[in-house]
Ligand binder design. Sequence first.
Ligand code: NAG
Ligand code: NAG
Ligand code: NAG
Ligand code: NAG
Ligand code: NAG
Ligand code: NAG
Ligand code: NAG
Length: 836
Amino acid sequence: MRFVMMGCRVLRFSIWVSLILNLVWCSRGFDPVDKYYINCGSSSDFTVGNSNSTFVSDKSASRFLSTPQDILADSNLNSITPSEDSPLFRTARIFTGPSRYTFSIKQGGRHWIRLHFYPFDYQNYDMRSARFSVFAQRTTLLSDFTPRNASVKEYSVNVTTRDLVITFSPSSNSFAYINALEVVSVPDDLITDDASLYNPSAPFTGLMTQSLETVFRLNMGGPFVSLVNDTLGRTWISDSGFLLQPNLATNVSNVGAVRYPQGGATSDAAPETVYGTCTRMNSASDPRSNFNVTWGFKVDPGFQYFIRFHFCDIVSKFADDPIFNVYIDAFLVSPDFELTTKTMGQLATAYFVDYVTPEINKNNLRVSIGPSPRGSYPDAFLNGLEIMKMNNSKDSLAGVSVLPTLPGEKKNLGMIVGVSVGVSVALIMIGVLFFVHRRRKQKRLRYSKTWVPISVNGGTSHTMGSKYSTGTTISVSNMSYRIPFAAIQEATNNFDENLVIGVGGFGKVYKGVFHDGTKIAVKRGNPKSQQGLAEFRTEIEMLSQFRHRHLVSLIGYCDERNEMILVYEYMENGTLKGHLYGSNLPSLSWKRRLEICIGSARGLHYLHTGYAKAVIHRDVKSANILLDENLMAKVADFGLSKTGPEIDQTHVSTAVKGSFGYLDPEYFRRQQLTEKSDVYSFGVVLFEVLCARPVIDPSLPREMVNLAEWAMKWQKKGQLDHIIDQNLAGQIKPNSLRKFAETAEKCLADFGVDRPSMGDVLWNLEYALQLQEAVVHNDPEENSANAIGQLSSQVGEFNHVDTVTSADQFGTSNVDDLSGVSMSRVFSQLVKSEGR
Ligand SMILES: *[C@@H]1O[C@H](CO)[C@@H](O)[C@H](O)[C@H]1NC(C)=O
Ligand SMILES: *[C@@H]1O[C@H](CO)[C@@H](O)[C@H](O)[C@H]1NC(C)=O
Ligand SMILES: *[C@@H]1O[C@H](CO)[C@@H](O)[C@H](O)[C@H]1NC(C)=O
Ligand SMILES: *[C@@H]1O[C@H](CO)[C@@H](O)[C@H](O)[C@H]1NC(C)=O
Ligand SMILES: *[C@@H]1O[C@H](CO)[C@@H](O)[C@H](O)[C@H]1NC(C)=O
Ligand SMILES: *[C@@H]1O[C@H](CO)[C@@H](O)[C@H](O)[C@H]1NC(C)=O
Ligand SMILES: *[C@@H]1O[C@H](CO)[C@@H](O)[C@H](O)[C@H]1NC(C)=O
């Protein structure tokens, strides 16, 4: 076996040399010999964070450039959304003809080349329409490329000449541009010449002449890591969006434990924040678990890929780390992988393994870890993953079109590459945005910790200040919500691992039964989680104030012994999401789906209007809509809820929270929170119900990744029926579908003011149900007097505050066919992670 371990050759020569090198290395960090950072088009320098990377002004860099015409573009600042507000993006250089940067290279070897793009309008140049190619020496980096939105493309090229020439070449009738440019030395031993070729017994050599493009660089089970936290200025994004079945995985974090072995991997391989977190097989509750944890990636066909796996055993207590299998696609690349044999028995020690794939001839790539029959307990983990595209025999990294070109349209290969690359870049940007928002949030928390401790022993009432509502507190006066720890212990058989029905960043969720037979779901928070504490309190505040048939009921809470435990009514049928996809549950009928949507809309309508202050849920998604034994919908998870704008006018801007794919773009842009953000998210849920697919699916072609965008595209064409759940085919009456789709479309309006209220949504969904049920007479128009008549009486009802007492329209549900359904998924999405 020829696993590549950085510096292992040094180790072989002499352990003393390696020790000295290692000490020097660690104390100094990598100091690149060649480093060029250029803030193109700008008149000022810009230093990123507290790093040593100062992007110099365009003027100081003009000596490197030869171009037919100097066009320095400065954006109208308004055109950049605040979340993308990097000074590097504000300016650009525009090239109307072939232009060259020439950098002198002091020390040959691998160099990063990073290209930063952010399109904006400058005079009569609309950068969104720019199309161009970029070459490094003779290697094609980009071909007929149009950058979409903010993007940073990273390459590493072994430069053996004294100069490195980077050429920008506009496509015909177009122009090229660049916002910022980096050329920086890479440590020689970061990528050595050999790796295993898929099959570990067939080593690959020749990496040193390859040009590489970073297509994915992931921090497993951990947050976005920005360039200032990486010794080589790299960024790492969270893997959570790439997991094909997130419920099969859990994440572990122990950054403090990470050790870099002498002569082995250094922090240049990956920082502690990467090695110190991992995504792990979620097998804790079942020793018979037998499944893989799989990540899916969209890649360009026609290339070989270099894949680096980063491992560090932060999960084991003793030197008994798990033995597991590692796969790339269906190929078992590391059978019976046992980390301690590579790290001389040491736990928490950084290690990586490299593989090279054969040429990939499809547009996706999967990486899996799973149990090995040799392991004593089914377990597996992965800490980091890098996927790099290798240049093809034409010395190009730009892909080949797989999509047909339209007649009359010029064949345009680069566009497609650009688009597929755009996805990964978009994901990186999302990571960046999250990082920025988290930083903002952390800042805010630091000076706004105004919580009154929740534990007021023996008090008759206690007050919980709301973090954002100045001077407004909501008090929980009903102490009967408090449940003794002992009672919960008993109900859950002392937190029996076999009763775990969900695990997440916040902690675990157990199924339990009280003395009197009441079934409960017990969410036990991790006491160390600060965010968990905030959410714990919010949830108690909200749920003890609001009681509604369509909101999950809080039975009580426990804060003895620093515990943070919430006890809810048990929801027999799990999440709506679980019934839509990713499980083997029987497909729900259209009528049933409508009823579930109506129920959840009622719950949200009540939240928005049922109380003096509107309450905004902020995390509306199909995983937060739970179904009881009659498949009646209840909205859950109020950890992020906030009271609405009336009392919050001074604090409209708060950290953007919510879930990917459901997030209101207006809220994201303006950070202004209103009930209409919930309406937006609910609109996404409606499409999810109709199409039965995940709201974000990175394994799909670019235009399909985001459900909201995809569905709106078809809806605008009036052809939504092309993409609805196959199981619904022929079931939905056209009028019902039309009404439902129009409603969802309105919810997704760009601006909150254009979206309907939750009451209107409810009305329209009721209407869609009526249209589905209506006996069609001669008049196929939806406005049949019959339907209208029935509706208006109901509208009257819910224009008042929804009163919980109306007859249970779901009472007749027959759920026999669903009994015996596994509960393991029920609350898996309910718990909050710190990573958000
Ligand atoms: C920045 O560079 C200086 C000198 O080149 C070096 O002493 C210092 O350690 C560097 N700082 C960082 C954060 O890399
Ligand atoms: C890219 O920008 C366009 C408009 O400039 C926007 O509609 C689109 O949502 C953006 N896409 C991503 C992935 O950010
Ligand atoms: C770069 O390539 C040259 C020869 O082409 C080789 O000698 C050198 O080791 C390579 N450098 C790296 C870092 O791969
Ligand atoms: C990133 O680096 C900064 C200081 O450079 C540090 O304060 C912060 O904790 C680091 N973040 C992570 C996630 O390691
Ligand atoms: C894990 O994935 C590999 C490759 O696709 C497959 O051969 C294996 O059967 C899978 N194992 C399980 C338990 O599903
Ligand atoms: C990548 O390009 C180099 C020339 O720069 C070439 O020697 C090498 O064979 C190419 N790689 C492949 C896989 O063809
Ligand atoms: C950790 O796991 C939870 C669910 O188990 C997930 O929602 C979250 O995104 C994960 N965190 C990170 C940083 O990957």
